[in-house]
Ligand binder design. Structure first.
Ligand code: GLY
Length: 350
């Protein structure tokens, strides 16, 4: 099937027989390299359960996209993860709105949903957008109707804990409204949610060297309703090129959307950089461009926001990097499932 498809593409694009032979040869070479390499799954710091699950499924010979989606579904369904799916922190009106994208290496196909309400596992809906429509991205009410048509059940995604956090924040926003301030004025947990976000990205490569990736999030905590981050934007929050590698991101989506970050990471890998180097190079570019927007800079003229990239190359090597020092990401290398520290661009002064 794969061969038939590629033959048809060669005819359609008018590439001659000689060129086709060269390209097919290159692909076989890459696949041979991958087979010498290893299976691997990489995820953000909240994704150790996701990489474990993904590797279990890769070991059973499952498709790498199915493997990573099953991995992130654990975190999407966990009410205690405040950054994704059920229990995710809501928008400024107290409503949880979810974004997700998926990308399948072997078919170079993808799907995404944005501002999706009332559905716990947006990554599953994103995969159906890929499989059951001619579109790449569905948003808002259309995405919800599409999910319901496919049998997804609507449910309230706002847990009591997230509702209380949202309410406390609302009460402390202003002393010029009718809401009394919360009894405890300084609440470190609540402070950590201001101007913050969370997301899970998970990538995998299987024994045949095929790649898959998913990114899923509830986005910026207390965002303006309808705000869409980088997670559902193919090329920004996720990108997979089955000939090269896969990349995804967590962190400030706006900076990433404006720089097509995950695409950049894969592009750097295609130029020979390791996954970690490629993540750092993309961050460097974003940092440079951000310097044109003074409101994004700290007192030292450096980006004041956090952004992280995760990557796997065709050989099954993985890496990740963060704009700022700190934190860790999850990697299952086929033998061990563990956290590794991020490479980083900048270190905060004490
Ligand atoms: N990276 C997640 C977001 O900005 O929504």
């Amino acid at each position: 099937m794969k061969d038939k498809l590629s033959r048809r593409n060669f005819i359609k694009t008018g590439i001659g027989v000689g060129a086709a032979a060269v390209l097919t040869g290159r692909k076989n070479l890459l696949n041979a390299e991958a087979r010498e390499g290893k299976m691997c799954s990489v995820s953000s710091g909240n994704g150790l359960r996701a990489t474990k699950k993904a590797m279990e499924l890769l070991n059973q010979g499952k498709d790498p996209l199915d493997a990573v989606i099953a991995g992130v579904n654990i975190v999407e369904s966990d009410p205690n993860d405040r950054s994704v799916g059920y229990g995710g922190l809501p928008n400024e009106e107290g409503i949880v709105e979810l974004d997700s994208s998926v990308m399948h290496g072997p078919t170079h196909n993808g799907g995404a949903v944005a501002s999706l309400r009332n559905i716990k596992n947006p990554s599953k809906v994103a995969k159906l957008v890929m499989e059951r429509t001619d579109h790449a991205l569905l948003v808002g009410k259309g995405a919800l109707r599409f999910a319901i048509a496919h049998g997804f059940k609507e449910e309230n995604l706002l847990t009591d804990k997230s509702r209380e956090t949202w309410l406390k924040r609302k009460e402390m926003l202003s002393d010029r409204d009718f809401w009394f301030p919360p009894k405890k004025k300084i609440d470190p947990e609540l402070e950590s949610y201001f101007n913050n976000h969370g997301t899970i990205n998970c990538l995998a490569i299987d024994a045949a060297g095929d790649l898959g990736g998913v990114t899923t999030t509830s986005g910026f905590f207390f965002k303006i309703p309808g705000r869409v981050g980088d997670s559902p934007i193919i090329g920004a929050g996720l990108y997979v090129d089955n000939d090269v590698g896969a990349a995804g991101s967590t962190g400030r989506g706006e900076a990433n959307i404006l720089n097509c970050g995950s695409f950049q990471v894969v592009n750097f890998m295609s130029r020979g950089f390791s996954p970690e180097e490629a993540c750092l190079k993309a961050l460097e570019k974003i940092s440079d461009k951000s310097k044109l927007l003074p409101r994004l800079l700290n007192e030292d003229g450096l980006p004041s926001f956090g952004l992280r990239f995760y990557a796997i190359n065709k050989k099954g090597e993985s890496g990740a990097a963060s704009m700022w020092r700190g934190g860790r990401f999850a990697v299952h290398d086929g033998k061990e499932n563990k956290f590794r520290p991020f490479a980083f661009l900048y270190e905060r002064k004490r």
